[in-house]
Design a protein around this ligand. Structure first.
Ligand code: ASP
Length: 311
């Protein structure tokens, strides 16, 4: 695999290989020395044009745990503020010869676009409303631990599906793993024609008890140029996942950042059903597996279980 641009490009076997490799990296996460020398001598450039807490920190940690050199670039404070274009920024930074560029932007399709401008492997860390493939992979990994085989599992994705890149990537990934996906939210926040992706659509939570997994989405206010719902209060009344609506047997997921009191009540965020912090933990080992896959995967035939050693 040269790049990771979209879940569309992955088949089930590749998703499983990445999760297996992440699991093998996870066995090293509790050791005193967490680093492995797998990517020693490689350079990973993190290029972030949008805010990020989890994704950015976990890509940085992932690259460092693999002993790669890491350069972090945030658009704010850079020449982007002087008007430098995406293309010129990528060409300039490519002159440092990074082996991989991890990119997040507000523009759909940007990860694919830059893959034509540089020899580096490109990893899409979120391109506008389009996709967030590493989120989907870490969610599959998390669910393999919580639920086991996803074949036949019923997963409800609830909330602002229209503006969510996580929803798109996760619908694809969960279905590739054999799950049955339902999307639910106010009609204005469900993209027209989404059934063509093979998922069911619901506009109320009446059948939520059927779900094995409830995946709540954040209201993407930064991508809204008009009022899509009457008010957040009204949204919360009808769609909030709370103690009344979440069953003890259901697994609750959210990609973060959570708006407590909007899409989730504080009670369910802190409940044993919530896998939200497990998702964050999975982020590091899954992103290690992704970087390994694009930079060293072609050389490796089996999951890597290298012994840790000082790098
Ligand atoms: N962190 C995820 C993303 O970047 C989800 C979100 O922001 O709502 O898409």
């Amino acid at each position: 695999m040269k790049h990771l641009l979209s879940i569309e490009d992955l088949d089930r076997a590749t998703i499983e290989r990445i999760c297996d490799r992440a699991a093998s990296f996870a066995t090293g996460a509790d050791r005193e020395i967490k680093k492995v020398p797998a990517l020693r001598g490689h350079t990973v450039l993190n290029l972030f044009y949008e805010a990020s807490t989890r994704t950015r920190s976990s890509f940085e940690l992932a690259a460092k745990r693999l002993s790669a050199d890491v350069v972090n670039f945030a658009a704010s404070g850079s020449s982007v503020e002087k008007g430098e274009s995406l293309k010129d920024t990528v060409l300039t930074l490519s002159a440092h010869r990074p082996d991989a560029i991890v990119i997040r932007t507000p523009w759909a399709g940007s990860a694919e676009l830059i893959s034509g401008w540089t020899d580096a492997a490109i990893v899409n860390a979120g391109d506008g409303k389009h996709e967030h493939p590493t989120q989907a992979l870490l969610d599959v990994y998390t669910l393999r631990h919580r639920v086991g085989d996803l074949a036949g599992a019923k997963i409800w994705i609830v909330g602002d599906v229209l503006h969510s890149r996580v929803a798109r990537s996760n619908i694809l990934a969960f279905q590739k793993m054999g799950a049955e996906v339902t999307v639910c939210g106010p009609p204005t926040l469900i993209p027209r024609g989404i059934e063509a992706m093979g998922c069911e659509v619901r506009y109320t939570l009446d059948d939520l008890p059927d779900a094995d997994v409830v995946y709540a989405l954040r209201m993407q206010n930064e991508r809204m140029d008009q009022a899509w719902i009457p008010s957040l209060r009204e949204y919360a009344t009808v769609y909030q996942i709370n103690d009344r609506r979440l069953l003890p047997r259901q697994v609750l997921m959210h990609p973060g950042p959570v708006n407590r009191g909007v899409e989730l009540s504080g009670g369910v965020v802190d409940s044993p059903q919530a896998a939200i912090l497990e998702q964050v933990q999975a982020g590091v080992v899954v992103r290690m597996a992704v970087l390994y896959e694009v930079l060293a995967g072609a050389r490796a035939s089996a999951p890597a279980t290298p012994e840790p050693q000082p790098a």
